[in-house]
Each structure stands twice: as C-alpha cells, then as structure tokens.
Design a protein around this ligand. Structure first.
Ligand SMILES: [Zn+2]
Length: 133
C-alpha cells in the first residue's frame, strides 16, 4: 500500500483526482486530505468585512479626494527642505574630502620627466606579455 504523494493531494484538492481505495483504507492520508480541504476552504473564504468598516473607508476616501491640495503643499516644503539638505551635505562632503597625498616637488618633477622620456604610455605595458615569445 502506497501513501498519497504531495501531487496526489494537490490533484485531489482541486478535483483532478478521484478518491481512491487507498483513502478508504488509510486514516493517515484521509486525515491529511481532510486537513488540506479545510485549510483551502479557510483561505478561499471571503474575509468578514463589516458594513461600518466599508462605510468608514468610503468616507475616508472622499475626504482625502476633497483635500489633495493641502497635502501637496505640505509635501512641497518637505521635498524642498530635503533637496536643500542634500545640496548642503554634498557641498560639505566635497569640501572635506581628503586631498591626494602630498608629494614633494622633486618627486613630481622626476616622475614627470620619466613619463616624458618613455615614449610609450604606461597602459600599453601589460600588452607586451601578449606578444613576447
Ligand atoms: Zn496513506
């Protein structure tokens, strides 16, 4: 005797599989199918919504439809303030960003003269390994 598989239960739940002899013999599978059936009924049931709740919801919607401008005015100030803050932060962060490490003039000039003497850009150098034999 083979128990129902998960697929069997799914198909049985949606009416794609008839109850077979195994269900009559096996209380385990019968109980599981019963449990799943009740669970499905519970989930599919319409939620209980009272008439008062729906009326209050509708009143709220109408109330908010009537005063959209007031909210927008408030939001306009919030957005302006946020943009000003972002701008101020951006300026502050840019100013306080650490500068490149200082190098001495001698170092700078020797680097510059070396760059000038080498005829080929530094970025080309890794490509040499591709062509060496
Ligand atoms: Zn079974």
């Amino acid at each position: 005797m083979k128990h129902w598989t998960e697929t069997d239960f799914e198909q049985g739940l949606y009416g794609l599989k008839d109850r077979d002899a195994h269900l009559d013999e096996c209380p385990e599978c019968r109980g599981e199918l019963e449990r799943l059936t009740q669970e499905r009924r519970r989930v599919a049931a319409q939620p209980e919504v009272s008439r008062e709740f729906l009326e209050a919801q509708r009143r709220n919607i109408y109330r908010r439809l009537e005063e959209p401008r007031r909210n927008w005015v408030a939001w306009r100030w919030v957005i302006s303030a946020a943009m000003l803050l972002a701008l101020a932060l951006g300026l502050t962060l840019q100013r306080s960003r650490p500068t490149a490490p200082a190098i001495s003039d001698d170092q700078l000039f020797s680097d510059l003269s070396r760059m000038e003497q080498s005829a080929e850009p530094k970025a080309i150098q890794p490509l040499h390994s591709l062509f060496e034999e």
